[in-house]
Write a new protein. Structure first.
Length: 500
């Protein structure tokens, strides 16, 4: 390697770099004042050991990793700190070794230095002394090479303290991330995903305040009126006439009524009476028996029963109202809560076909998936496609999720939801009418096991599947279910961290 010396060499330094198998450039700087300069370039010969001599030691102490600074990250103007403090005497030749892989040099520097042998005519006897700036090691000509002494400057002590503080913060972040679990709520539309999120707020976030409950007033108003109009559509669809002229008049009132967009404006006083008369009409039960042939919210009977209370001027929704209030989920909603020692980050995404393309943003590093299936929808059709059975749509969606490359290491928690409605519906709408291979009759347990078997059949990836019968509107049921789900999530988190 050849280095040319400048003419004015009294206070200049030469520098060249060496590369080994694992160390970034080592900067070697020395004063030309110790050499006899000539017009010809000055040649320096450096002898290195074999590349294997520079293998990184495996037992390097971690506490030394910030004792040096990486020269690649500092401006060259900082190199003046490497100058000797004695300005009156000739600058002694010195050698500075700086590496970015510094975590293995301080306690092992002597072992590395013996791999560098420099021509004695150029360097003479070498010794080492730590100088401020860059955490460097500068040459002192009073001791021989290999005598590695160091004294920590105040600047380096401050740097070490700052480094240790950063290390502590990084360790705290790592511990927090190990405890944080991402849960993705998936399922077709109206399967109960958003209700599960509401239950998490009730169970793990101290529930709803009065102000938060009041925010649902407008949603409940709209749900009540929409259910009444849907029931009237059922009358029209099946060509049924109400039993009295008064009910007919109320039906006209309900069809023309529009909910005020101001949530503080109560419903008209006649609405409560109109809905009560319609709900108690004998033909209504006939319409409900054929509910699978037209769309009516699952919560319609609940809202009809509570019509008088909901239409009162001073109405404030209660928790039961909020759990049954229905708003179409568009986009991705996330909620955070603590469940024991776990920090849960739960994503609720839209279940309609138009919303599913947005799920991809939540797929990375998911600890578990909660897939919701509405058991009661086995005899219903999609809003988007009237000839597509909702249960078959859920099976297709589950197939795409459980066999996706995104979830090859993810466990699936299957919520067979709305078991209460499923129990009520089986006697009047046999499951065998829609799944001919089912032969269990109206037994709820057999019917649920059959549908679970159908979901297991599409699990070609053989992911771990944890099924639960749930009633999302029942807080007690969800509390018990999530006590079991917590153990599943914890095991998955431990597997992700490599502990299990």
């Amino acid at each position: 390697m050849t280095i040319a010396a400048p003419k004015d060499s009294s206070r200049h330094f030469f520098a060249f770099s060496l590369r080994s198998t694992w160390i970034r450039p080592w900067i070697l700087a020395f004063s030309p004042s110790t050499f006899s300069l000539s017009p010809k370039p000055l040649s320096i010969r450096v002898k290195l050991a074999s590349p294997t001599a520079f293998q990184e030691p495996s037992n390097s102490p971690p506490q030394t990793r910030h004792s040096f600074s990486d020269p690649a990250l500092l401006p060259l103007t900082h190199w003046h700190t490497l100058l000797p403090t004695d300005r009156g005497s000739p600058l002694p030749a010195f050698l500075v070794l700086i590496a970015s892989q510094v975590s293995h040099i301080i306690d092992h520097r002597c072992a590395y230095l013996r791999h560098i042998s420099v021509v004695a005519e150029l360097f003479g006897s070498l010794a080492w002394k730590e100088k401020p700036g860059l955490g460097g090691w500068t040459h002192n000509s009073t001791r021989k090479m290999g005598s590695c002494l160091s004294s920590e400057s105040s600047g380096d002590a401050e740097q070490k303290k700052r480094s240790q503080m950063i290390d502590r913060r990084l360790e705290e972040d790592q511990r927090r991330l190990r405890r944080e679990c991402k849960i993705l709520l998936l399922g077709s539309g109206e399967s109960g995903k958003s209700t599960i999120v509401k239950q998490m707020k009730i169970i793990h976030q101290n529930g709803y305040t009065v102000e938060e409950l009041a925010l649902y007033r407008l949603t409940v108003y709209k749900n009540l009126i929409d259910c009444a109009k849907a029931l009237i559509d059922g009358y029209r669809h099946f060509q049924l006439e109400p039993s009295s002229q008064k009910v007919k008049d109320y039906m006209v009132v309900l069809e023309e009524y529009q909910v005020d967009t101001d949530p503080n404006t109560p419903l008209d006083g006649t609405i409560g009476d109109a809905i009560t008369y319609l709900w108690n009409d004998p033909c209504t039960s006939t319409v409900l028996e054929r509910q699978n042939e037209f769309y009516l919210m699952d919560s319609a009977p609940y809202f009809f029963d509570e019509a008088k209370r909901i239409t009162a001027p001073d109405y404030i929704p209660n928790v039961s109202d909020v759990l049954r209030a229905r708003t179409k989920t568009t986009g991705i909603y996330e909620t955070r809560f603590t469940m024991g020692q776990l920090s849960i980050h739960m994503f609720d995404v839209g279940g309609q076909r138009s919303e599913r393309k947005k799920w991809i943003h939540c797929f990375e590093n998911v600890t578990s998936i909660i897939f919701c299936v509405a058991l009661s929808e086995y005899d219903q059709t999609l809003l988007e496609e009237s000839n597509q059975n909702r249960m078959m749509e859920s099976l297709v969606l589950f197939d795409s999720v459980v066999n996706s490359r995104w979830f090859m290491r993810t466990s699936i928690i299957l919520f067979l939801n709305k078991v209460d409605l499923f129990r009520q519906k089986l006697p009047r709408s046999p499951l065998s009418n829609y799944f001919p291979d089912y032969s269990g009759g109206n037994d709820v347990n057999r019917a649920a096991k059959y549908l679970l078997w159908r979901f297991n059949q599409v699990n070609r990836a053989h992911l771990n599947l944890y099924p639960h019968l749930t009633q999302a509107t029942d807080t007690t049921n969800i509390r018990l279910v999530f006590a079991a789900v917590k153990e599943t999530i914890l095991q998955n988190a431990l597997k992700d961290s490599g502990i299990l």
